[in-house]
Structure formats: C-alpha cells, structure tokens
Design a protein around this ligand. Sequence first.
Ligand SMILES: [Zn+2]
Length: 477
Amino acid sequence: MAEQTRAKLCKYIEDNQSKFVDTLREAVEIPSVSCWADTRKDCVRMVDWTEGKLKALGFETEIRQQANHEVEGKTMQLPPILLATLGKDPSKKTLLIYGHLDVQPAKTSDGWDYEPFKLTEDKGNLYGRGSTDDKGPVLGWVHAVEAFQKSGVDIPVNIKAVFECMEECGSEGLEELLISLKDTFLSDIDAVTISDNYWLGTQTPCLTYGLRGLSYFMVEVECGTKDLHSGVFGGAVHEALPDLIWLLNQLVDVKGTILIPGILDDVLKLTDAESKLYDEIDFDLGEFKKDCGIRGLTSPTCKKTTLMSRWRNPALSVHGIEGAFSDPGAKTVIPRKVIGKFSIRLVPNQHPDKIGKIVKEYLEKKWAERGSPNKLIVSMGHGGKPWVADHAHPNYVAAATATEQVYGVKPILTREGGSIPITITFQEVTGKNVMLLPMGQSDDGAHSQNEKISKRNYIEGTKLFVSYLLELGAQLK
Ligand SMILES: [Zn+2]
C-alpha cells in the first residue's frame, strides 16, 4: 500500500517534469543577488514570488520585515524572511524546512558559457545561477507538496518553512529572528531538514550530519609610524614583516599539523563505529587531487585520513598578509604595519571562545621568545561553532530509506569541512535533530561559473523529498 502511494506521487513528478523545470526557469530569471545593492528589489521580488507559490498550495505565510544595513555604501532594508505553515494536525509531527532564495553574484563576463540568469538546458543539465544553490532544492519541496495534493495523498507530517534571502551574505538578521521565534513559531518542531549542500561525488546520494566551525584571527605587527626606504633605513631598523612571518611559521608544521599546545584537548575521540563509517565511504583520492589542482596532499595515500582531515579534525589555514607589498614588480619598501590572517576550522567539542584564548596566549608567549621591540596585537574576528547530529535518529533513518527507494543505493553519511552557522542555531533553538539532505552533486559549481543542477537530480531529488515525507510520518511516531 505504502509503495503504491509512493509510486503514485513519483508518477505525478515524472509526468510534470517539464512544468517543474519551467518553475525553476522563472526563479532563476529573478536575479536575487543579496550582496549587490542594485538587485535588492529582486530579492524582495523573489520572496514575494515564493510566498505566492506557497499560498497557492494552502500554506499560511508570514513575511517578517528586517532591519536596515549597509550594502555597497548604501543604507538599505534587509530582504524579508518568509515563514510558512502547512497543516496544524495535533496528531502529526511537524517538520521544519529551511532554504534560501538569494544567490551569489554572476556576470556573463566572469566566464559563463550560458546566460547566468536564464535557465539553459544542455546535455541533461540545467544551467543558471541558483539552479542548485538553492532555488532548485527549495522548489523541490514546493513540488513535493504539490505532488501530494494533486495526487490526493495526505501529507503525514505538518510542515513549516523558513526561507531567507540573505544566506550568501552571512544570513544577516536570521539568527536573531530564530531565537525570537523559539517559544512561538519554532516551539512545536519535531525535526529539521536543510537542503543546501551537495553530494560528496557525482554518483552516490549523501546525508550530511556534521559541519566544522570557525575561528578567524588577525595578528598585527607594527614597527613604526610610516613606511620606509630599505636603502636608507634597512639594517638599522627592526622590521615588522620578518617578525610576522616568523610568528605565522609557529602555527603549523610542514605536514599541516597545528603546533599550538592544547588546541586538540576538546576534540571528540574517534570511536570504532565512527572509524568504520569512513571505511565504507567510496572516495577516489586521485580524483580529489585532480579536482583541487594541488601538488601535494598532507596524506598522499590514505583516503580515510584525507576525509578526516577535511571533516572531523581541526585545520589551520594561513590566508594572507595585509600591508605587505603584493603588487607585481620590485618595490624596496619596509612596511610600517602588517596584519597576518589565519583561521582554524573547528570540530566538536571545540568552542571558538576557548580556542581564541589558547591561540592568543600561544602567540603572545612566542612573541616574548622572539624578543622584538615591535608592537603585537592578536585579535579574533568572526567565529562559529561546529555542528554534529545523531545520524541514527529517525529523521536520518527516514531519509536513508527514501534514498534507497529512489536511487536504489544506501546514502553515504558525510560531514563537511565548511561552516553553515545557521545549522547549529536551528538545532539549539528547536532542541531537535537537524539533517542536511542534499539534492545536487559535487560538480554543480555552486558559487562558480556555469552553476547547474542535473535534471536527474532535480527530478529524482523531488521524488526523494516525497518519499522522505512519507517515511518521516512513519518514523517519527
Ligand atoms: Zn546555499
């Protein structure tokens, strides 16, 4: 019976493929770039357009206006955040879906082979900005609900949605709103699903249960009040840049191992069960090396260590030096002040505040060893906590079962090395299980030129969403 119901929903999706592609076309044609001032009106239009789609399906919607902020030197109102509710049946559990309606900037002159804000179908792929990040997945949910309604099948869970239009610009305003909704809109949530990431490769579907956090650091060394000529002053003055380079060189060794004592103290120990998960992941080290175009890996022959280095271990990266001469040519300057920038990707249970303190103390101790007369200031910029969820939770079981039904294979359980800070906010505010359920694949080029989603992932992904909703109703009982 359940399989017949699922087949009926999947048939509706199959029969309406070209209509669903047309809806994505409409969405891609709204250039909702959140970090440009000129397209702010399109962000507002995109929220309104989505609200219209949800209302047509019977969602109760609410537009939450946001405060002003600065964009490209202009004071503007942040795009509104859309809240939506479908179903208030007290006998059903409630799923919360999050997605974003804004996109990264894109211009044909950046090197696109297609018009970024027109949807182009080519060899099974749907090209266009936002096709995979994140308009395709958001529409996947909309179409999943439509499939239930048009097929006369009851959705076994109540659905709530939060759709924002500032994700590509730091989700400004969202965290505050979510916290303020803790005892109202978000008080009755039973599980959370976010479709805003990608498969590990191009073949096997994934469920993602962890993300790294981040601590960003600035190390400022100042040696004087003005830049100096090296011919006139070199040799006689104590320079800032060698001090900074020496300090930055105390952070990691040649293998990328972090040299700061105490930094690993709070990292969760690897259990046998977790270790086994990594053995099961199909991941081609050679392909990965080719993809990232890098000469050397820190662990050249071990797939498992490489994955753990990307997902479950902290990593320190040095990003740049502000104030150092970096133009082409040879300029004989002694910079008066230089600022080194590095960050550490954090993993459970590291906390940005504690890591900040450890790093600062370490650099100040090293500075004392250096014995420089210059001035040092170490400061921590933005930070975000790492996130990990229980992947044995019914929310994950429902998604895993649905994946097998649609794709015929077990999903890979993945973590990601990057940070989506709002994920942990959803977990903290609702107190419930959060899952990342990706629709697109690793080569979709989110944020890049020629962003696409394959038509297969768009349509099968919609089938995955209906199958997941069916299973979730059974699993969450
Ligand atoms: Zn995204």
